[in-house]
Design a protein around this ligand. Structure first.
Ligand code: ADP
Length: 770
């Protein structure tokens, strides 16, 4: 205790007043001057003990002898030793051993350590390394990790002391923190693990419970994809999954129904395909399937004929009676007008339409399906039910499809009937004709012989059928006729002499079936039709003989007539008119002579009288004729060209050949107007030479071309009227060609000119006669 003059009044312990520190002295002076309480910072006492000193103003009792009423003040100074102060001790203790290790201390505002377990650190400076990064920061509290000089990791916790500018610092080994963390976290982890296991178990059970319907659905979906549609899908509940389950079940039922229908249709089409083309057998599987699919009691098919008349009833079910009933009639008549199936779910409620007397006694509902092929109504397929029946779309579809199948069967049966009918007719015609008919396949095997052919060739159709033509029939001409005809040739003709002396005239052609997909037809065989021409042959011979005789007999009177007409002007004078008449008579006689010569030549060629074959070069013969006729061409103002190079030999009568070539060239000149051109060429083929006489003349119509080579045939047209001729020229050419084993033909177009061809077989030098 000090008075105003800093005089010590009292002290405990007694030495306190004597060793006041400098800070204390300053504090005392400030309190005595101002009266405000003061305290020091931590500083050391003279004996080095750290202390904090407090000084407050206190009133002093009046001193003896002094005047009363006068206030007296002094100051009271107290010291707190930090090393023994119980509060500080508890603070210091509280700061130690935070986690069983580590130490804590306080730092004052000047950065000096003021509380520390180790006295040597007291009042030493402590600063926080500003470069240390804070590990945590919560308000003013911060923690750091750093490496101590002994290279252990340590945790530093720094926190300001409340109400003081001091800082509490706690320093710990980092391992202790980790240990604590481990101590805290281990039970937590265990707990967490237990909770997680329990939760997972719960989740598994819950999800199983929740997923059970989904699993059922998944199984059902799998079964559906496997095509197993028989097991029902049972998923109960009113939630989405329950509804999904119901949808699945409906889908299964629909699929099963569709599948059943498809299988039914498949069975029907297999049965229809396997059955014959017979109406009854073909339609029965269809009707049975319709009955089975519709659960009706009776199913009937009424087929109409081509003319629309009632034809046939096929029935299955309750009333399996195939006789027409009034109801069949009524429905068949309605079928033509029906656009869609006619469905009567309850006949009792039906208005109009069926007359009740037509109905069978226990029929309650009806369905009728028109049976159509394209636009034609072929009949009606109808079903009768004993109870009211409601029709669903898939049932109607199925029954409509079955009606379509029935249409196919009806149509096929009808086509078969028509084809069979046609075949029978054709057979009857072929069997009743007196012409012999032989049909072969593309491999030249006999397919058919009619009775006339059987008689002609002495073989039964049954025996010949399937044999090679050459094995069945001996006549080489028939074999030649039928085996050489090509599909490109329209027809091949030839005479067939029979052993019994008869002669048949045969024409063979290829049987071509036209394929709409291809331009060319498909050859399926060959047919030869042979007519007995024996009688005509005899007549022809008689005619030839008669003509030959008459021609011969006419020749001498004609010679006389020509002689005397030429002599007439010599025996007396004649006027102009008489001379003109004599010219006309001479021309007539000339024409007649030519005709008779032609006829005689023809007869001679046909009889082969006075003809001789010799090997000669055809080219030379042709050139000779061309040169002979060149003058005639000039007179007619025609250009005549020849291209003859072949040196091949033919076995021929050169005079006859000349005659034929002359005839062809004559015709070309006659039927080509002035200014035109005629060209003669000779082409070499493998076994023949072909002479072509081409002109730019008037041409020949196709109808005339067919008959051109007949005797006396002349084309009757206005532009040929003035051209004289016997109509025998080409007949002679034909006879000559045939006598040489060759043939003639023409290629012409009206107004465009013509080409006449004559083919003569060649002989090789070795086969030349000596
Ligand atoms: P014709 O003596 O009448 O000429 P053919 O037998 O030689 O008798 O000929 C028969 C018919 O053929 C002739 O009337 C003629 O109309 C026709 N004809 C023949 N050759 C030709 C040809 N080159 N061009 C046109 N028509 C022809």
């Amino acid at each position: 205790m000090f008075d105003r003059n800093e005089q010590n009044l009292a002290a405990y312990p007694a030495d306190v007043a004597a060793d006041l520190t400098a800070e204390e002295k300053e504090l005392l002076a400030r309190v005595l001057a101002s009266g405000a309480p003061q305290f020091s910072q931590v500083h050391r006492r003279a004996d080095n003990v750290p202390i904090i000193s407090f000084v407050v103003q206190v009133p002093l009792p009046p001193t003896e002898g002094a005047e009363t009423g006068e206030e007296r003040f002094g100051a009271l100074l107290g010291r707190a030793r930090l090393d023994v102060n119980p509060i500080m001790s508890s603070v210091q203790t509280g700061l130690q051993q935070t986690l069983g290790s580590g130490e804590g201390f306080l730092v004052d505002e000047q950065g000096r350590i003021v509380v520390h377990p180790r006295p040597e650190y007291l009042l030493t400076n402590w600063t926080l390394d500003p470069s240390l990064p804070a590990l945590t920061e919560q308000g003013a509290e911060r923690s750091f990790v750093y490496y101590a000089p002994d290279s252990t990791r340590r945790l530093l916790f720094v926190r300001p002391v409340e109400g003081q500018a001091w800082t509490a610092v706690v320093e710990l080994p980092y391992s202790a923190v980790l240990e604590l963390a481990a101590q805290i976290s281990t039970p937590l982890l265990v707990l967490l693990l237990v909770v997680a296991i329990v939760a997972a178990g719960f989740l598994v059970i819950a999800s199983r419970w929740l997923a059970r319907p989904l699993v059922t659905l998944e199984k059902a979906a799998h079964q559906i994809t496997q095509g197993k549609l028989d097991a029902p899908i049972r998923v109960s509940g009113e939630d989405e999954i329950g509804r999904l389950g119901q949808s699945f079940e409906q889908m299964r039922l629909r699929l099963k129904e569709q599948l059943d229908n498809l299988l039914l249709l498949l069975r029907v089409s297999q049965a229809v395909a396997a059955s014959s083309l017979d109406l009854q057998r073909g339609t029965e599987p269809i009707l049975s399937s319709a009955l089975q699919a519709s659960k009706a009691q009776s199913c009937r098919l009424v087929a109409l004929s081509d003319q629309g008349a009632l034809d046939h009833v096929i029935s299955v079910g309750d009333v399996a009676d195939d006789s027409l009933t009034p109801l069949d009639r009524f429905l068949a008549e309605q079928a033509g007008q029906l656009d869609s199936p006619w469905l009567v779910e309850n006949v009792a409620r039906m208005r109009g339409g069926i007359n009740p007397s037509m109905l069978w006694p226990n029929v309650r509902s009806l369905a009728a399906f028109p049976v159509r092929r394209q636009a034609r109504t072929l009949g009606v397929l109808w079903l009768a039910y004993h109870g009211p029946h409601s029709f669903n779309p898939s049932e109607i579809n199925l029954l409509s499809t079955l009606a379509g199948q029935a249409a196919v069967v009806i149509e096929n049966a009808r086509l078969l009937l028509a084809a069979e009918d046609g075949r029978q007719r054709l057979l009857a015609i072929l069997n009743s004709t007196s012409d012999a008919v032989i049909v072969t396949d593309p491999q030249d095997r006999v397919m058919f012989l009619n009775p006339a052919a059987e008689t002609a060739f002495g073989i039964k159709s049954t025996a010949a059928s399937g044999l090679k033509l050459g094995h069945a029939i001996q006549e080489p001409t028939v074999i030649q006729l039928l085996t050489t005809i090509q599909s490109t040739e329209p027809v091949q003709t030839g005479e067939v002499p029979l052993p019994d002396g008869r002669t048949l005239y045969g024409s063979a052609s290829a049987i071509v079936v036209n394929d709409p997909q291809k331009t060319e037809g498909h050859v399926v065989g060959r047919v030869a039709v042979m007519r007995d021409v024996t009688h005509f042959k005899e007549l022809d011979v008689m005619k030839s003989q008669f003509v030959a005789t008459v021609s011969h007999d006419l020749r001498s009177p004609l010679t006389y007539m020509r002689g005397y007409t030429t002599m007439l002007p010599m025996v007396g004078s004649m006027n102009e008119k008489q001379l003109e008449y004599i010219d006309k008579i001479s021309a007539g006689i000339q024409q007649m002579t030519e005709l008779i010569d032609d006829l005689l030549d023809l007869g001679r060629i046909e009889a082969g009288v006075g003809l001789q074959r010799q090997a000669c070069v055809l080219g030379d013969v042709v050139s000779e004729v061309v040169e002979d006729l060149r003058g005639q061409a000039v007179t007619r103002m025609l250009e005549l060209k020849a291209d003859i190079r072949s040196r091949r030999m033919v076995l021929a009568d050169p005079a006859l050949l000349k005659r034929a070539i002359t005839n062809l060239l004559d015709n070309a000149f006659k039927y080509t107007p002035s200014g035109g051109a005629v060209k003669v060429t000779l082409e070499e083929m493998a076994d023949s030479l072909i002479l072509c006489v081409k002109d730019s003349g008037i041409g020949i119509a196709p109808a005339d071309q067919v008959r051109l080579f007949e005797r006396f045939y002349r084309v009757k047209r206005r532009d040929t009227l003035d051209i004289k001729g016997s109509g025998l020229g080409l007949a002679i050419v034909k006879s000559i060609a045939e006598w040489h084993g060759g043939r003639v033909w023409v290629d012409s177009q009206l107004g465009m000119g013509s080409v006449f061809y004559m083919a003569i077989p060649v002989v090789e030098a070795a086969s030349e006669p000596a």
